[in-house]
Design a protein. Structure first.
Length: 551
């Protein structure tokens, strides 16, 4: 008798919560290991965040080395959230450790928030089997690109919906205060994620049946009130930056079915590499579907999950009719908009709109899926998703080694750029194997802890950014025109002329020119203003000082 009780207790410990936690640890471990085992795991935009956080922190000091070049806007503009978090981290940890923490939070933290949200909406019964889908969503292209603000906004989206849903039948002032605080935090992260969160909460409040529907709707509306002045302020910012017009920039012929199919494939948020590992005939399937192997496995698993969810509708039990209609409506609308919607609403207002919408749609679908662990289709659906996560983890590991190698070589130039200098970095034919290129913005690290002004830092030209150029002409020079990154050794003559003209305009503002790669034609142009012999040189990087008296 005692043995049977003990066996029941042991079995009881391994319930849905145990298996969900085990699945989370196993699936998150490869990504965390890739990040923390490589000193230079660099996302594409990560260096911009580090450098501008450094500028922000230095602006609080009396001996601010950036005072002549940047000013702080102590206004409620978006993007403050992540800079506050990153500023707090860098006050305790090194810049590299702080960035690694940001990369970890925006991936594994998002993974954890999706599992938590599903547990609030659907319970824990099928959480372990659904975990591969959440893991795959957390290792997405926007994450590797390093869109920290947006990714924090997506994480807050999951938390906000979970808090709202768990208190929907007993909504009152305390719950409204929680939601209001989360929404304000979301505003300080990213306007797109905030808009999606407000829309989702509104749709759920209107469409979800239950006790106290009017009370819930009223308190939900009250929780939006702190956003009213923020929304009016941001609307003013947007209007001052330029017109808002939906643009399908990658769709030249809307009447062409082939172009639409290509356009839909272009919103792929799962694809991280141009050449993915081939496993279990992945390339053979790709030749038929025209999708990368990881995407094929992900789509196969999602289709099986959807079929299982359709068959599981009769297993709803005592759930109120229509309880999930809001989730289904939101996920369907956003997935469709992500696939066929516009690329952006104007160049001045940021890009990757479709990819953002698609990520929100899939994140909303994840808790909405009714999965029965006893159904064969559910277990079958988890299998291709596990294969997709395995392939994606291999790609992340390859990217970690790739970015670490390039960054290590580039950062050898940092001691030779000096301190308190004005730097421009020219990239020529950088290796391009992934959807995100670590060299694109790594130049910004030359300004961390050196007082160097790096002109490749375009962020202060953006209207929604807390740091601005003091000289407005720098916005035109270094953002609207921008320092080019040449993708090929064979540079056309008109592009060489453009660079020569731009360099003649910025040379008086530039003390050091750092060149990755190069061509004889570019070297000839650069030599008009900079020394012929570099003060530092390795296989790919050269550092040139300004030629004295040339200006």
């Amino acid at each position: 008798m005692h043995l049977k009780v003990t066996q029941k207790l042991v079995r009881g410990k391994k319930g849905p919560r145990f298996w969900a936690l085990l699945a989370f640890c196993v699936l998150a471990a490869p990504t965390l290991a890739a990040i923390w085992s490589h000193r230079w795991f660099v996302t594409q935009d990560g260096p911009i965040y580090l450098y501008n956080t450094h500028i922000l922190v230095e602006s609080l000091k009396s001996n601010n080395p950036f005072a002549d070049y940047y000013s702080m806007r102590w206004l409620p503009v978006p993007y403050w959230g992540v800079y506050i978090v990153l500023g707090a981290l860098t006050s305790v940890f090194s810049e590299r450790a702080s960035d690694h923490l940001m990369v970890s939070i925006t991936s594994v933290g998002f993974f954890a928030s999706l599992l938590w949200l599903r547990s609030k909406v659907r319970g824990r019964d099928c959480l372990a089997l659904a975990a591969p889908l959440a893991a795959l969503l957390s290792i997405n292209m926007l994450w590797l690109t390093g869109f920290y603000n947006f990714l924090f906004g997506v994480l807050l989206y999951a938390i906000t919906l979970g808090v709202w849903w768990s208190g929907r039948d007993d909504f009152g002032p305390k719950r409204a205060l929680y939601i209001a605080g989360l929404l304000v935090a979301g505003y300080l992260c990213h306007p797109v994620s905030l808009g999606m969160t407000v829309t989702a909460v509104t749709v759920l409040a209107v469409t979800t049946p239950g006790a106290g529907w009017r009370r819930r709707l009223g308190w939900t509306a009250i929780s939006f009130l702190p956003l009213v002045p923020l929304a009016l302020f941001y609307r003013h910012l947007m209007r001052s930056a330029g017109t808002m017009t939906a643009r399908w920039t990658d769709l030249t012929d809307p009447s062409s079915l082939n172009q639409w199919l290509t356009y839909i494939r272009g919103a792929n948020i799962i694809s991280l590499a141009y050449n993915e590992p081939n496993l279990l005939f992945g390339n053979v399937i790709s030749s038929w579907s025209h999708l990368p192997p990881v995407t094929n496995w992900a789509v196969a698993g999602l289709i099986l999950f959807l079929l299982s969810a359709l068959l599981a509708r009769k297993d709803e039990g005592k759930a109120p009719p229509g309880i999930m209609r809001g989730w289904i409506l939101l996920s369907t609308a956003w997935i469709l908009l992500g696939l066929i919607g516009p690329d952006d609403i104007g160049e001045a207002h940021g890009g990757f709109l479709r990819e953002r919408l698609l990520l929100f749609g899939l994140a909303t679908l994840f808790p909405a899926l009714k999965l029965n662990p006893k159904r064969f289709l559910t277990r079958m659906g988890a299998a291709p998703l596990l294969i997709a996560v395995l392939l994606q983890s291999l790609i992340v590991w390859n990217y970690a080694a790739f970015s670490s190698r390039l960054a290590e070589e580039f950062m050898q130039a940092k001691p030779h750029t000096g301190t308190g200098q004005r730097i421009a970095v020219l990239l020529v034919n950088p290796e391009d194997e992934y959807a995100a290129n670590p060299l694109t913005n790594i130049s910004n690290l030359l300004g961390v802890d050196t007082g160097n002004v790096v002109w490749n830092n375009y962020a202060p030209a953006l209207y929604y950014f807390p740091i601005q150029f003091r000289d407005e002409t720098n916005s035109s020079l270094f953002y609207i025109r921008g320092i080019p990154a040449f993708t090929d050794q064979g540079i056309p003559g008109d592009e060489l002329d453009d660079w020569a003209q731009l360099l003649s305009e910025i040379e008086s503002k530039t003390d050091v020119l750092v060149v990755w790669g190069g061509t004889p034609e570019l070297d000839e142009i650069n030599s008009d203003w900079f020394e012929d012999d570099p003060v530092f040189e390795n296989d790919n990087v050269r550092v040139f000082k300004h030629r004295q008296g040339s200006s």
